[in-house]
Design a binder for this molecule. Sequence first.
Ligand SMILES: O=P(O)(O)O[C@@H]1C[C@H](O)[C@@H](CO)O1
Ligand code: HPA
Length: 271
Amino acid sequence: MYSKVVETTNFLKETTEYRPKVAIVLGSGLGNLVDFIDEKMEIDYSDIPNFPVSTVAGHDGKLVFGKIGGIEVVAMKGRFHFYEGYEMKEVTYPMYVMKQFGIEKLIVSNAAGGSNKTYDPGTLMLITDHINAFGTNPLIGKNDDRFGPRFPDMTEAYKIYLRDLAKEVADNLGIAYKEGVYLGTTGPTYETGAEVRAFTGMGADAIGMSTVPEVTIANYLGIDVLGISCITNMATGIAEKAHSHEDVVDVAKKAGENFCNWVINIVKKIG
Ligand SMILES: O=P(O)(O)O[C@@H]1C[C@H](O)[C@@H](CO)O1
Ligand code: HPA
């Protein structure tokens, strides 16, 4: 895999002059953030050697290079999910490339169901920690020491200094947010009511189908992570109606204004 990562990274280095240190992964319905990226240079995933392609509505499948407030960034408009049938190594492949490319900080976002009853749809949640309920781990298999250690530490999976900075930015802008634990499952089914009750008992505030694999690998590679969930619906059993991905994307788009404002100003501070 190492040589593939090098090949993909070399392709990107030859294709763009941008050398960002900050990457952003945009969750379902949150892709509009790219409208705030200046001097954009976009590359379709299908044109990038060894890159998987996005198959989910609300995930365009483009790497978008450019600047936010003069700070160079690269955004993934579209991510890969385990339920799409990708291997964990494919789901997390972009993280390996990001690291090789020179990324030091990752802002990861997602749409998620709120299992904490005090979070309404539209709430932005700063992720304090996560629970891996995928039943597997993206690092299973032989370890390549060139990437990271066999037994990575996850004590501060979501960096406290980045969370503090995000809180300061939100407070200055008057953006409301909650803090909580994200639990990632494979999907693609939304959870049953019994699962939501079990996950809530385990400590989940929000439940989704992504993020955990990417953040696990980012930590393994030594990339500092900040995570933001957009609560698009109340989780099963709390919600008053059945879920649909169209509603998820719709609510995420509506929360997009606050999300974009927040992330843009975080980038300006960390860049
Ligand atoms: O990519 P994210 O985690 O934002 O997408 C969520 C989880 C599923 O892919 C989908 C369900 O509606 O939205
Ligand atoms: O309720 C949900 N569960 C899992 N993933 C989700 N993504 C958006 N909403 C949800």
